[in-house]
Design a protein around this ligand. Sequence first.
Ligand SMILES: [Zn+2]
Length: 314
Amino acid sequence: MPKVVLFDADGVVVRPRQKYFSEKYAQDYNIPLEQISPFFKTEYKKAATGQEDIKSLLPSYLKEWGWTKTVDEFLAYWFESEKDLDTQLLRVVANLREKGVKCYLVSDNEKYRGQYLMQTVGLADKFDGAFFSYQLGVTKSNSGFFSQILENLSVEPQDTIYWDDDPKNVASATTLGISAFVYDDFGEFIRKLDELFPKEMQGFMAFDTEDFYCDMVFSGKVQVKKVRETDELLAFYHTRPSWTHHIVVVPKKHVKTLTEVQDMGLVKRIFELIKEIILEYGWANTNFKIINNGGSFQDSKHLHFHLLSGEKIR
Ligand SMILES: [Zn+2]
């Protein structure tokens, strides 16, 4: 069974961009593309392989490109335009990790965007780690990129799988014996996983849902350890706890998110149940917190409250 899965960032984990940033900038700032693209074809590569700091390379170009604000503001504007995550794929990553398969991000990127993806976008929490070209000194088209990863993780190429949307990078990993595939679409990716992993893992991976509770918990596909149950509500232990005590409370009837709740009595009843659990477990005297997420913070699009106590474990 494969031990390690490597995921390309841009185009796989981060949804494919509509256009290159250079094209976007050219359009937004009404500048000919020919004036911008040379930087990305030459100078940018030095930053991507860690030879130069992009903040020292950019100033002279930015002047030429009509950017009047700071270098940091330029990077913020750039990074902001390329951070749309594929939540469906990330759910599969979470499933793989839960089954003990290590998942790593591998990416050609310079330092600041690498850090942005990991910390600001939050990918550090979703993977076991990341390998960036700025750290390894070579980009993915050089097989040295992958040999360093294999060495670092002490894993054999035949136990390693890799997805990238660029055939050139896939070819480079293949030369080392890694099972590498071009990422085209989610369905194809799932079918390939089904081939590569033993049967008992397949069902759990082959779902494409934005609603874990309706599609996985209430459908019975995933078994959960129940804490409390009423006609209306279910409280159960989180399947991947991030606190020593991590309980999720959900209404059985589908409601997408807090702002779509019609009957606020539902929220009152959820909190009454949460209060009972807190009192029963004695957390009123130790510690507890309740979290509800919305918008891009909400991974599963079905109203749910996290009840946490103890210590953060990951
Ligand atoms: Zn639902």
